[in-house]
Design a binder for this molecule. Structure first.
Ligand SMILES: [Mg+2]
Length: 257
């Protein structure tokens, strides 16, 4: 629905009001500025855990390492923005010290995509969008999901391994929320795409900077703090509902699928 507004309308106040309404009823309300960029998006960057897949990989690794409860508690606080992401990751990875790398494959094999994820990516690719996953998780997984889905880019942390065992450390700088935003900018420069033409999707507090940078930043089934800070919020089971925000409706999909 396109609504004309006067120039002096307070958009953030209007957005807050709509968010309040959508919290009360089982609907998502998105307020978008109608301009040339709305339908000219060219790059989609996504978080992995609890966005493209339906789990937090580090929590699954921790269960196999016998530290499931401790790690899950830290993950929850980090995603809710209560604690620093970088410190939380260093702590959680340290608890995985001594874990056999073979168990990573087991977690990958049991990972489930978010409903609609494969369809979502397939349609984006058909429409010529570039796709990227930027994860605060681990490259062992993102490289495999990149392959599975045919994504253009994948970025994540690298777990240090010695003699087939995790050392409890990551190699190089941790991909935290600043780094996620930096990588988004780097891909944009690389592809000569303006930030206005980027869609970013994520659920955690460490995605907020990345969401803010993009022309369309979407909190997907996100925690309250993220939902309220992001410009757009979707609370639907299926991730492909985001296609509607790109102006791709059911009618158009008939031609694509
Ligand atoms: Mg996430």
């Amino acid at each position: 629905m396109i609504v004309s507004t006067s120039a002096n309308v307070n958009v953030s106040q209007l957005r807050r009001e709509l968010l309040r309404i959508s919290a009360r009823y089982p609907v998502d309300v998105a307020l978008q500025k109608e301009n040339i960029y709305r339908k000219a998006k060219r790059l989609v960057v996504m978080d992995l855990d609890s966005t493209l897949i339906q789990m937090e990989i580090i929590d699954e690794l921790a269960k196999l390492a016998g530290v499931g409860r401790e790690v899950a508690k830290i993950t929850k606080s980090a995603m809710g923005g209560e604690i620093d992401f970088r410190q939380s990751l260093v702590k959680r990875v340290s608890l995985l010290k001594g874990m056999k790398t073979g168990l990573l494959q087991q977690v990958y094999d049991n990972a489930a995509f978010t409903p609609g994820a494969k369809k979502f990516i397939r349609i984006l690719k058909k429409l010529g969008y570039k796709t990227a996953v930027i994860s605060g998780g681990f490259d062992f997984f993102t490289s495999r999901f990149k392959n599975d889905l045919g994504l253009d880019y994948a970025f994540a942390n690298k777990l240090e391994v010695k003699d087939g065992l995790l050392t409890g450390r990551v190699v190089g700088a941790v991909i935290d929320s600043e780094k996620k935003a930096d990588i988004l900018q780097m891909i944009a420069r690389n592809e000569s795409i303006s930030l206005e033409q980027i869609i970013a999707i994520g659920d955690g507090a460490n995605d907020l900077l990345m969401l803010e940078q993009a022309g369309l930043g979407i909190a997907f089934n996100a925690q309250k703090k993220v939902r309220e800070a992001a410009s757009y919020s979707i609370s639907q089971r299926n991730i492909d509902t985001i296609l509607f925000l790109l102006g791709i409706d059911e009618k158009a999909l008939v031609d694509i699928v």
